[in-house]
Design a protein around this ligand. Structure first.
Ligand SMILES: [Mn+2]
Length: 348
């Protein structure tokens, strides 16, 4: 991270925009996560809000993940027209440059981008770093250099911008991108990120889902489902997230059989014990188990399950999971009784 260079550029950037200026931030057509994140980052950097500094695009977002991103992070992108943009004092572009617009916008006041192949001189302020994997990385550097507070929402957007432009840090990634990623990582909201990124489901999973949904009950705030054999790990995880949405569910344990293991995903709303702690206690001795307060995972070889728990039939696994989790989790409304007090005391 070259902070001295960025500090100089930051001074120029801020000197260019007057307090009273209305600034339009223009993104490419059908904007991608890197552009969207960079747009809200620039707005933060300029100390603006969505009224004085809206985001614009000439074409709507189409990709489902990108739509999910703006929806979940409550980002508004207005439809750009030349007439509307002319009412603004300044036009800024992020993750794109004037030549891209083929005459729709020949000039900008601010350009921050990482795309190569454009001529310079189309903006008063230009910071084009073609080495970088993402424009979000450049904007993260600006925010860090400026000492700006990066909100959870902004960090989540920028992290997703970097992830998607570098294909999860596997393409065109530099030390700068990794540094920005590392900086943003603890600030981001992983629940939101997962919801944005949720991948497509295989159609065969619909049958498994239909059978499982028939059995779903919530007893003592706990939902437990064993899906049987599944093709992908993330199906178990997605099911666990999904089940937590049902009313009355505080805890969810969803399992499936995959590659000779019982894989268990655990989720909760955070009102009681740590999910990571619970899975470690339940399964730490027979498999790998761990996680955080709200999400945890255990992977137990079928052999080890059989040795300790007996049967590995689907019904037996589901029944046993319910028994094990019900014992560890004390529902919130019972916290006045003995069992509840014991748990509460243990937490303090
Ligand atoms: Mn980009």
């Amino acid at each position: 991270m070259d902070q001295s260079y960025t500090r100089e550029r930051l001074k120029e950037l801020r000197a260019l925009v007057r307090e009273s200026d209305r600034v339009a931030i223009v993104l490419q057509d059908d904007p991608d996560p890197d552009a969207i994140a960079s747009g809200i980052a620039l707005r933060t950097l300029l100390g603006r809000n969505k009224q004085t500094t809206p985001l614009f695009s000439f074409a709507e977002i189409t990709r489902p993940e990108n739509r999910a991103m703006v929806h979940l992070l409550e980002i508004e992108i207005a439809m750009a027209t030349r007439e509307v943009l002319e009412t603004y004092d300044k036009v800024a572009m992020v993750d794109v440059q004037p030549p891209y617009f083929n005459g729709r916008l020949a000039h900008a006041d601010i350009v921050i981008d990482h795309h190569p192949g454009y001529t310079s001189g189309n903006a008063v302020f230009e910071d084009v770093r073609t080495r970088y994997g993402a424009t979000s990385t450049i904007l993260t550097e600006y925010l860090v250099t400026a000492g700006e507070r990066v909100s959870e929402r902004l960090a989540t957007a920028l992290l997703y911008g970097i992830k998607s432009d570098t294909l999860m840090l596997s393409r065109r990634v530099t030390d700068d991108d990794l540094q920005a990623f590392t900086y943003l990582y603890p600030l981001a909201n992983y629940n939101l990120l997962r919801r944005i990124e949720r991948p497509e489901l295989p159609l065969s999973f619909a049958r498994i889902l239909a059978r499982a949904m028939q059995r779903l009950t919530i007893e003592d705030e706990l939902a437990v489902l064993h899906l049987g054999p599944v093709k992908r790990d993330d199906l178990i995880v997605q099911m666990a997230d999904f089940c937590l949405q049902f009313e009355g569910a505080e805890w969810v344990a969803v399992s499936g059989k995959l590659a000779g293991n019982v894989v268990i995903a655990v989720r909760n709303h955070g009102s009681g014990r740590s999910a990571g702690e619970v899975v470690r206690k339940l399964f730490g001795d027979i498999g790998s188990a761990g996680g955080h307060r709200n999400m945890a995972k255990a992977v137990i070889p079928l052999k080890a399950w059989r040795r300790r728990e007996g049967s590995t039939t689907e019904q037996a696994v589901e029944r046993r999971l319910r028994e094990l989790f019900a014992r560890e989790i004390v529902p919130v409304e019972e916290s006045g009784n003995d069992a509840g007090e014991k748990v509460a005391a243990k937490q303090n």
